[in-house]
Design a protein around this ligand. Structure first.
Ligand SMILES: Cc1ncc(COP(=O)(O)O)c(C=O)c1O
Length: 440
């Protein structure tokens, strides 16, 4: 067996070879056991190694491997029927992809198509927020503000951005955590500045994921955003790739605010990592309007893949049967309380925030002023390395310290963890913080 994965395009910061996984644990080839408190890349909701998922996979592959996405299948029908019970009311038309970026790209294109078929072809701008990651394709990168853009700036679309919903370096000069709806009002100002006739959609995560570290806006934020979008006929796209399917303790992040986006994008937890899959859910009236206008929406070769549909359907069935969304809320609340109790006094901890199974810890050089560590100290990666040394994986994030970044780790475990795992997470992180502080 080869010892290295070097022939791939990208370098790994880790020297880990995973042999198998079970529940919330990864097992390396050299016999180490690692608690995956990142849920991989915030993906693993139902836990790994479930027999019934393996049986579904074997059954589907033995009957059907591939059909063109325009053919229907029992797998697709069953998933669509189940998803209608998960998505906000009215969002009953679906488009499946192979991952989150493809789904974001498709949602953006669908929003443009909706505006065009309404006779508003001049509406071509997608407004998004600073500090957002929406994916890795060119359209998704254009809507994102992330270090990952820098090599492609020359070809990215120059879409407008509004301030984030919550920030230590508040653009309105407020003191954390005193942010209010000014960030939401900034959307209206931006629409007016650009000219409403040029704006197709507003795209944002209900709660910021990896580009901010589990940042939820104030309670007035989303209702105000929804109202502004309605007033100016701007479509509202919720990027729920990270927050969707129970991660925040509700089915979707938007459910915390009772708002209904026009388009909702999902991925990650949809199959819990058992298959690559993304999803766009759209308001049925929008799809019907496009259909009436004769618009054609091209599929990807692997759209609606039967195996992906079947595994997503089973993953959601398991979440329903085991009440895992409710579990994410209750066990997640216990985990958050424990993180705060055990770690908020640590000298390098600037903030602990989150909800459900969607928590982050921000590391800062000065707690009071939230002054971040210099980026070249690579504090996030050092904390992750120190935790891994003791058998814990947490997911890297950026803090809210400003454009240069800031340091944070996400604690986003599978929903099946219990109190023993929570105790291990807090204990191990404490030691990791001590180790890193001593080394700085
Ligand atoms: C909020 C958000 N949107 C979109 C994406 C892109 O998804 P994918 O990596 O599956 O293409 C991600 C990935 O982390 C994400 O966090």
């Amino acid at each position: 067996m080869p010892d290295t994965t070097e022939p791939l395009f990208f370098k790994s910061p880790f020297d880990l070879f995973i042999d198998h996984a079970e529940g919330a644990y990864l097992y390396t080839r050299d016999g180490r056991k690692i608690l995956d408190a990142g849920g991989g890349a915030v993906v693993v909701h139902i836990g790994q190694g479930r027999e019934e998922m393996a049986r579904v996979a074997a059954d589907v592959v033995s009957r059907i491997n591939y059909i063109v996405p325009v053919f229907d299948s029992a797998e697709r029908t069953a998933l669509v029927e189940r998803l209608k019970r998960w998505t906000p009311p009215g969002l009953t038309r679906f488009y499946f992809t192979s991952g989150g970026s493809e789904a974001i790209e498709s949602a953006i294109k669908f929003a443009l198509l909706c505006q065009k078929t309404r006779g508003r072809g001049t509406r071509t701008k997608i407004i998004s927020r600073q500090f957002s990651y929406h994916g890795n394709t060119l359209g998704a990168l254009s809507a994102g503000h992330n270090l990952r853009r820098k090599d492609y700036e020359a070809v990215l679309i120059d879409w407008p951005k509004i301030p984030p919903s919550f920030c230590y370096r508040c653009p309105w000069g407020k003191t954390y955590p005193g942010c209010d709806i000014d960030c939401a009002n900034a959307l209206e100002a931006e629409i007016l500045k650009q000219g409403p006739d040029t704006v197709a959609a507003f795209l944002a995560e209900p709660m910021m994921g990896s580009s901010g570290g589990s940042v939820a806006p104030v309670k007035e934020y989303w209702p105000r955003i929804a109202e502004i979008c309605r007033r100016y006929d701007v479509l509202l796209i919720a990027d729920e790739v990270m927050t969707g399917f129970g991660r925040t303790g509700r089915r979707f992040g938007v459910d915390h605010w009772d708002i209904r986006p026009d388009i909702l994008v999902g991925g990650k937890g949809l199959t819990g990592g058992y298959m690559p899959m993304g999803m766009v859910a759209a308001d049925a009236t929008l799809v019907e309007q496009c259909e009436r206008a004769g618009a054609d929406f091209m599929f990807f070769t692997y759209s609606n893949h039967p195996l992906a549909c079947a595994l997503a359907n089973k993953a959601l069935e398991i979440m329903e049967r085991e009440r895992l969304v409710e579990r994410a809320a209750t066990v997640g609340a216990r985990m958050g309380a424990r993180l705060k109790e055990d770690l908020s006094g640590h000298p390098m901890v600037g903030d602990i925030r989150g909800i459900g199974m969607f928590w982050s810890i921000e590391m800062v050089r000065e707690r009071g002023s939230k002054i971040p560590y210099p980026p070249d100290q690579r504090v996030t990666m050092r904390v992750i390395d120190a935790a891994l040394e003791q058998g814990l994986f947490v997911y890297p994030s950026r803090g809210m310290a400003g454009p240069a970044g800031g340091d944070a780790v996400m604690i986003t475990p599978p929903f099946v963890i219990g109190d023993d795992e929570i105790a291990f997470i807090t204990r191990t992180l404490r030691t990791a913080f001590d180790t890193v502080m001593a080394s700085l």
